[in-house]
Design a protein around this ligand. Structure first.
Ligand SMILES: Nc1nc2c(ncn2[C@@H]2O[C@H](COP(=O)(O)OP(=O)(O)OP(=O)(O)O)[C@@H](O)[C@H]2O)c(=O)[nH]1
Ligand SMILES: [Mg+2]
Length: 449
């Protein structure tokens, strides 16, 4: 029999109210001993919680009881909503450890039990983790939809279609000798398989948006030393995050701030100025700067007045980065010079900007917000949100395409590829052997969830 587990499920104490959650076969008895009786399921009861031996009053609390399987974990669950004082909470937790087969929960263990009992599939579990981690409105929306099962339902539907197709193909080759089974059944199935492949390909194409929304857009400030990158970061963050001096080569570490731009999550990254140098620390800073730049969704290339030769405003930026990452040139310190009208035939968007005037800053932030919106806006359709999803979607699609294209192969082999495609989807929702994955997924949770 499983242990009964318990944990403080609300945030750090002291707090006004603290919620202690208990789940497992011993829950009923524990509530009875502590509160005197077990409330009707799902009805709140105000009760004095007493020490099992001394009968001392530990606290007066609201007690909720959920009878399994109609509970979060699928087991009997109780929630003790007590006062959030340190001594109250730790007193109750220590009394709970005294019950036999009752122990503190591990991180994510309540949710793990919900998954093991089929109350949630893996995408819903991940949605819940994302909801707890969500920092902006759009992240919250995406997480809540995924936690509600929209993504899992989509994959289940595709999986069922694949299983059905496979059954049709197998039926077709079982009866292939009989005259009155028209060969067009198979043709029909393969054309449906082709259509499903298209749907999955489109979904896969859009999965980057879902992932970016989950993790935030990476916008990296790069440029020559002293170009004004750190000043820009500080001005945008509205606080003094990075050190600013007139000395070239001030910043060496990579510095991040998390921004909420109109509900969209953006991580703005400040980096070391790029130049040839013998300093080991600075060289490492530059290496890291370029590495972050390569992984960026957008590079803001900072150029100060007279900072670079006019014929190549991007001088100093590695060639591969110029070609692969979207890039805007930010003309910093625009207060120091009246900028000449620029030829708009230039390849990058140019934004004049000064941390001494708010005008350019507002325009820059506005453009960033629009960029975020265009890159990661959430439509109505559920999006894949993790590299894990993308991995199995790709696997599914490859198998499906192999099945559809292998017209020269016997139907048995093609049906086998359909099975593999369906299995790949089953791994996303956790319907199929994912044991090795589970620890990784649940480890991300906090204790008490
Ligand atoms: N006038 C004016 N000076 C600025 C502006 N932004 C930055 N500066 C000055 O430019 C100098 C360098 O600024 P930083 O923000 O440290 O430049 P950086 O690009 O981070 O430099 P490194 O970290 O050395 O690569 C400092 O003396 C700032 O005060 C601006 O908008 N107007
Ligand atoms: Mg700096």
């Amino acid at each position: 029999m499983a242990d009964t587990i318990f944990a403080l499920s609300s945030g750090a104490v002291p707090s006004g109210v603290a919620v202690i959650r208990v789940s497992g076969p011993g829950t009923r008895e524990i509530v009875e001993v502590l509160a005197g009786r077990v409330p009707e399921p799902r009805k709140t009861m105000l009760a004095k919680l007493r020490h099992p031996d001394t009968r001392d009053v530990l606290d007066e609390a609201l007690v909720l009881y959920f009878e399994g399987p109609a509970s979060f974990t699928g087991e009997d669950v109780a929630e003790l909503q007590c006062h959030g004082g340190r001594a109250v909470v730790f007193g109750i937790l220590s009394v709970l450890s005294g019950f036999s087969d009752c122990r503190p929960a591990e991180a994510g263990e309540f949710t793990r039990r919900a998954f093991d009992r089929g109350r949630m599939d893996l995408t819903e579990v991940e949605g819940l983790a994302d909801l707890i981690a969500a920092e902006t409105e759009s992240q919250r929306k995406q997480a809540i939809r995924q936690m509600g099962g929209a993504l899992g339902a989509l994959y289940d539907d595709w999986r069922k279609r694949l299983i059905h197709m496979r059954a049709m193909i197998e039926a077709d080759f079982d009866f292939a000798d009989e005259e009155d089974v028209p060969g067009s059944v198979a043709d029909q199935v393969w054309s449906e398989a082709g259509e499903l492949g298209q749907e999955i390909a489109v979904h896969l194409e859009r999965s980057r948006s879902g992932e970016r929304l989950r993790s935030g857009l990476q916008v990296v400030l790069m440029g020559a030393p002293n170009a004004g990158k750190s000043s820009l970061l500080n001005a945008i963050a509205g606080r003094d995050v990075a050190i600013v001096t007139e000395e070239a080569g001030t910043t060496r570490d990579v510095i991040e701030v998390h921004l909420d731009l109109g509900g969209y999550p953006v991580t703005l990254v400040d980096t070391a100025g790029l130049r040839q140098t013998d300093g080991i620390v600075e060289r490492e800073g530059i290496r890291r700067a370029e590495e972050r730049g390569r992984a960026a969704d957008l590079v803001l290339w900072a150029v100060e007045p007279g900072g670079v030769e006019q014929d190549d405003p991007l001088a100093g930026l590695p060639q591969d980065l110029r070609e692969t990452v979207p890039l805007w040139t930010v003309r910093t310190k625009s207060d120091l010079e009246t900028l000449p009208e620029r030829d708009s035939s230039g390849t990058t968007l140019e934004i004049p900007c000064s941390t001494s005037f708010s005008d350019g800053m507002t325009a820059l932030l506005d453009r960033l917000r629009r960029f975020a919106e265009e890159t990661i806006s959430v439509g109505e359709a559920p999006l894949a949100t993790r590299a894990r999803h993308r991995h199995y979607l790709r696997q599914c699609l490859e198998n499906l395409e192999t099945a559809v294209q292998a017209t020269h192969l016997p139907a048995e082999l093609r049906a086998e590829d359909l099975r593999r495609a369906a299995d790949a989807l089953g791994r996303i929702t956790g319907r199929i052997d994912v044991e090795d994955l589970l620890d990784v997924i649940f480890r991300d949770f906090c204790i008490g969830k």
